[in-house]
Design a protein around this ligand. Sequence first.
Ligand code: GNR
Ligand code: NI
Length: 175
Amino acid sequence: MAIRKILTVPNPVLKQVSKPVAAVDDDVRALMDDMLETMYAAPGIGLAAIQIGEPLRIIVMDIADKDEEPAPRYFVNPEILDDVEEVRPWEEGCLSVPDYFEEVERPEKVKIRYLNYHGEEVVEWATDLYAVCIQHEMDHLNGVLFIDHLSRLKRQRAIRKVQKAEREKAMENAE
Ligand code: GNR
Ligand code: NI
């Protein structure tokens, strides 16, 4: 297992549409292991493969509370089969847009189909934080970031904030 580098905006790789996985084999599981380790180290509650530069339709997630046992979830080739009319705002963040948070409205429930760590098909309804997170991650698979749901002004502010923080970090490291 290895911790991989997480790409940040405005890296154009994050805009790529990820490709379906042919089969959940040991290579795919090794990538999912790296993704989970990278996500926990960040720390974050979800990660799409494209965020570490791998344009594959793979997501990892753990939305368990800090005082609960870890509960990693793995999603290969996820699809949204259905959703509800009702939308709900939720304050979102993204490891590819560090230290920026803003409310996004999304359907409050989605029915999803995916392959798990063992390549078994799962169909289920996601609600609450699970619904928010899976929709955020599935956006990544289509090259969409949560800031793409905001006004152009807010999106540009978010990108500039990340660029400024990275410039300052690079300056510190050069001293
Ligand atoms: O760690 C994360 N937290 C989060 C909070 C609210 C809505 C979505 C997320 S996902 C994010 C990790 C990430 O960037 N996944 O792509
Ligand atoms: Ni994200």
